[in-house]
Design a protein around this ligand. Structure first.
Ligand SMILES: [Zn+2]
Length: 251
C-alpha cells in the first residue's frame, strides 16, 4: 500500500471509469470522480506525485497550505515547482487552515483574501480551496463564494454528522488520512458501486517504494532534514566542511 505502483492502479481504475472530472466539470455532471490532494509537510512529495500522474496522462487537484509550519510555497524553489505543476495542467488550490478561527464571516473573508494573495504571488488564478481539518461547523456552513469552488461544498461532499463508513450518501468520500482508508479503498468494486466519488490522497503518504505509517514518517523526516542541510549550505559559505557529518546523521 502507498507505493507509486499502487497509486497508478487507482489512477488506472479512475481513468477506466470514464467519470474523471475536475471540480468545475463535476458541477455539471450527474456522475463523476474527483481526485484531490491536500498537501501537508512536503511540496517535494506533491511534486513527485504529480509526475506519477503525468506518466499516466492524468491531471488532478493539489491544495497547498501557506500558513503551516513545515513548508513555504513562496520560496523560490517551491514556487517553481508549483508553476511547473500548473503549466503541466494540474489545478493548484488553497488548502485553507482555520488556525482556530470560528467566526464564519471572518473565515469567508480570509479564504477570499488568501486566494487573492496567492493568485497574485503565483501569477495565475487560484479559485478552488479545501479546508485543513474542517470542523463540523464549517462543513455544515457549506461555504460558497462567487467565482470560487469549495472541495467541501455540497455538490462535491455530503456532510452528515451521523453518517458511518457504510452510509449511503450522495457523494462517496474516500480518504487516506493517517494511512487509513476509513471510508473504503478506491478499488474496482468501490468505484463501480458509487456514481459520484471524491478521493482525497495526501501526497506525503505516497512514495516510490511505499511504506507503512511509521517508516513513511521516518523517510519524510529524513527528506526534510536533508532539505535543511541544503538550505544552510546554500546560505553559508563556511558550512561545507560540516556538511558531510550532518548528512552522515541521516544513515
Ligand atoms: Zn490538511
Amino acid at each position: 500500500m502507498f507505493s507509486f505502483e499502487d497509486y497508478r492502479e487507482i489512477l488506472r481504475l479512475v481513468k477506466e471509469s470514464g467519470r474523471y472530472a475536475t471540480y468545475g466539470e463535476a458541477l455539471e455532471r450527474e456522475e463523476f470522480i474527483i481526485m484531490r490532494h491536500d498537501v501537508e509537510y512536503s511540496v517535494d512529495r506533491a511534486y513527485a506525485l504529480s509526475r506519477v500522474e503525468d506518466s499516466m496522462d492524468f491531471r488532478s487537484n493539489y491544495f497547498f497550505q501557506w500558513t503551516n509550519n513545515s513548508y513555504n510555497i513562496l520560496s523560490r524553489k517551491n514556487r517553481d515547482l508549483l508553476t511547473d505543476m500548473h503549466e503541466r495542467g494540474h489545478m493548484i488550490g488553497l488548502h485553507f487552515a482555520l488556525n482556530g478561527m470560528t467566526d464564519m464571516e471572518l473565515i469567508r473573508r480570509r479564504i477570499r483574501q488568501e486566494m487573492d494573495m496567492l493568485s497574485d504571488m503565483l501569477g495565475f488564478a487560484v479559485n478552488t480551496f479545501s479546508i485543513h481539518r474542517p470542523s463540523p461547523a464549517v462543513l455544515a456552513e457549506n461555504i460558497k463564494l462567487p467565482g470560487i469552488l469549495n472541495a467541501y461544498q455540497d455538490e462535491f461532499f455530503s456532510f452528515d454528522p451521523k453518517a458511518g463508513p457504510d452510509s449511503a450518501l450522495r457523494v462517496k468520500y474516500l480518504s487516506d488520512a493517517n494511512h487509513i482508508w476509513r471510508y473504503g479503498y478506491p478499488d474496482a468494486e468501490t468505484i463501480a458501486a458509487h456514481p459520484r466519488i471524491q478521493i482525497l490522497a495526501h501526497p506525503f503518504a505516497w512514495t516510490k517504494k511505499g511504506y507503512e505509517n511509521e517508516e513513511n514518517y521516518r523517510t519524510l523526516i529524513r527528506e526534510k532534514y536533508a532539505e535543511m542541510i541544503d538550505s544552510i549550505d546554500g546560505e553559508c559559505k563556511d558550512f561545507s566542511p560540516y556538511r558531510e557529518g550532518f548528512m552522515g546523521m541521516l544513515t
